[in-house]
Unconditional design. Sequence first.
Length: 303
Amino acid sequence: MSTAPIICESPVIAEAPIARTRRSDILELIRPRMNMLVLGTTMVGCCMAAQVPADWLRLPFTLIGTALCAASASILNQLFERRYDGLMVRTANRPLPTGRIAPAHALAMGLIAAFSGITILWLLVNHLTALLGGFTLISYVLLYTPLKRRTTLNTVVGAIPGAIPPVMGWTAITGSVAPPALALFAILFIWQIPHFLAIAVLYREDYRKGGFRMLPVVDATGRMTGRQILFYAAALIPATLAPVILHIAGPIYLASALLLGLGLMYFAAKAALGRTRLDARRLFLASIIYLPILLTMLMLDRT
């Protein structure tokens, strides 16, 4: 009689941590924090395009479909890079390098998420948005992922799928690509370069161990990296003025974009000239603060 409670309770005690670990592993594959940026920029595109209340009816399906495509891209990217992730300190404990999730299971999850996301966009939003979602997924997994080990241009290539979500938000509402959507694309595309170069500086040694040809890995002096950071940070200022030129944003956004652009330029210049990890970290944090404020002001002051 005294052993009965022990026999009954032990499976519960054993299964709870396992279930929690499994859930956390799946979340790590999906990378929800990174994908929140994808959904946020998609919503910006929807907001800028919406004209009447009925336009917002497509928003939930757009976000669900986009989220599934983004989750698929993250899962498949980690699947293909699992051996290299195992060589880097910051990624060695991910579910695939450690074997906590089998590659076959990750492949199934990635393909199911991709099929589900594109199907939702195709049937419940529109065909153009679904095609853009499919292109984003394919270019990220089959183009950007292998290029990371072959050329330093991978950051520029990877910025293309990273800049498409706001365009998807626009096309979800309008069914077409227009200059305002291209302006949103340009802002996101250019912003990503100094943002990810700062990350690459911070994790230079990890990327070297993993065999990834990030610019800071092959740029021994850091001068080329600094020039790239400065160039794209400077290019971001005129790019953020495009919504004003296109008459989709007003003077409050204009003032905000100029102030934010000058602020980011300051941190970019510090990173380019100092070439230290501390300067890179400050630039990274500045870029994280910069984007949500800029996009929020764009939505609040849309005309």
